[in-house]
Design a protein around this ligand. Structure first.
Ligand SMILES: *[C@@H]1O[C@H](CO)[C@@H](O)[C@H](O)[C@H]1NC(C)=O
Ligand SMILES: *[C@@H]1O[C@H](CO)[C@@H](O)[C@H](O)[C@H]1NC(C)=O
Ligand SMILES: *[C@@H]1O[C@H](CO)[C@@H](O)[C@H](O)[C@H]1NC(C)=O
Length: 302
């Protein structure tokens, strides 16, 4: 009989978040101007939000053949510099969706940066799972032709609130990243996923995957999508940016167009969920092994 360890609250105080569901066009500078305006709006509200999140691909169109044209280096790149200055100016954390990153070895990664309220980069996740499909007589989409996959799970300290994990889009289908983040010693209280599902995979799996990751790890799950581009005729993102609590309840959901979605991650919900349904402490690693606890998981430095 194992006894539940003393509960350590992984979220030390409630976190107010704003998800910016915007659509990006072909003009990079216009995209960045739009981001600036949306972040200004989101942070001018009272009570003030603590964190702003952007969607996947917010500075470029969502098209594999375009990534190279929009890619920039990090940290010296216009998007990175802009987000850093906005985080500082408004005194908020910014989870910077994702952008194509041009690394010094000339490879392109799908990368998400997080900034603290001083404007400093506190996390960098390179999308680990690239989306390659080739259905005979159906669609073909090969990210690996132009992108390189990252090689680590990303978990980081969100200031005084606690730790969070981050994945990009397709990463949500692999429960292992969320598991690494939520398990000791990382103890994340939430997973954040900038993502751009489409109008087929969205209705089919978007809510299901968010709620599944929330329930199997008893953490908050936050998804930020681009808005649907009805007139533009390009990639049709699903929209429906979403916030799910540790019991799997949807606590906020956007529509399809451009909007700012506000939510509060209530610190009291997480211990309640874990006391009520104690899967966190009752795993049987003697049956199925423990890749997190055995030291083989590759995690970013916290
Ligand atoms: C990141 O990966 C997704 C696929 O899941 C891709 O569709 C998207 O365009 C990529 N974004 C960037 C900025 O490279
Ligand atoms: C959305 O993506 C899925 C998986 O790649 C694909 O099978 C489907 O045809 C796409 N749907 C649309 C409307 O583009
Ligand atoms: C998170 O979910 C995964 C997949 O269901 C599971 O293997 C893992 O043990 C869970 N982590 C926690 C802390 O419950």
């Amino acid at each position: 009989m194992s006894i539940a360890p003393v509960l350590k609250a992984p979220l030390s105080k409630s976190l107010r978040i704003a998800l910016i569901q915007l659509k990006a066009g072909a003009d990079k500078l216009a995209n960045l101007a739009k981001v600036t305006k949306f972040i200004e709006d989101a942070t001018s509200r009272t009570p003030k939000v603590d964190l702003v999140m952007l969607p996947e691909c917010f500075n470029s169109p969502y098209a594999v053949d375009q990534f190279a044209n929009y890619a920039e280096s990090i940290p010296k790149g216009e998007t990175t510099e802009l987000l850093s200055s906005l985080a500082k100016k408004h005194g908020v954390f910014i989870i910077g969706g994702s952008i194509p990153e041009l690394s010094p070895d000339r490879k392109i990664y799908n990368t998400s940066l997080t900034f603290n309220p001083e404007g400093k980069i506190i996390a960098k996740h390179r999308k680990a799972h690239l989306f390659d499909i080739d259905i005979p007589n159906g669609i073909t989409f090969q990210e690996s032709l132009t992108l390189t996959g990252g090689d680590k799970a990303t978990v980081f300290k969100l200031g005084e609130y606690g730790n969070v994990g981050l994945g990009i889009c397709y990463d949500i289908r692999f429960p292992e990243l969320a598991s690494i983040a939520s398990r000791s010693p990382n103890n994340a209280f939430a997973m954040f996923y900038p993502g751009a599902f489409n109008t087929t995979t969205g209705p089919l799996h978007w809510h299901l995957l968010a709620r599944a990751r929330a329930v199997d790890n008893e953490t908050f799950v936050v998804l930020c999508s681009p808005a649907r581009d009805v007139e533009g005729g390009g990639y049709q993102a699903y929209g429906h940016s979403l916030v799910v609590d540790p019991l799997g309840n949807i606590i906020a959901e956007a529509g399809e167009g451009e909007e700012i979605l506000y939510a509060e991650l209530d610190e009291s919900l997480l211990p309640k969920a874990r006391e009520g349904i104690p899967v966190h402490y009752q795993r049987r690693f003697d049956i199925y092994g423990d890749f997190v606890g055995d030291g083989t998981a590759k995690v970013s430095d916290i």
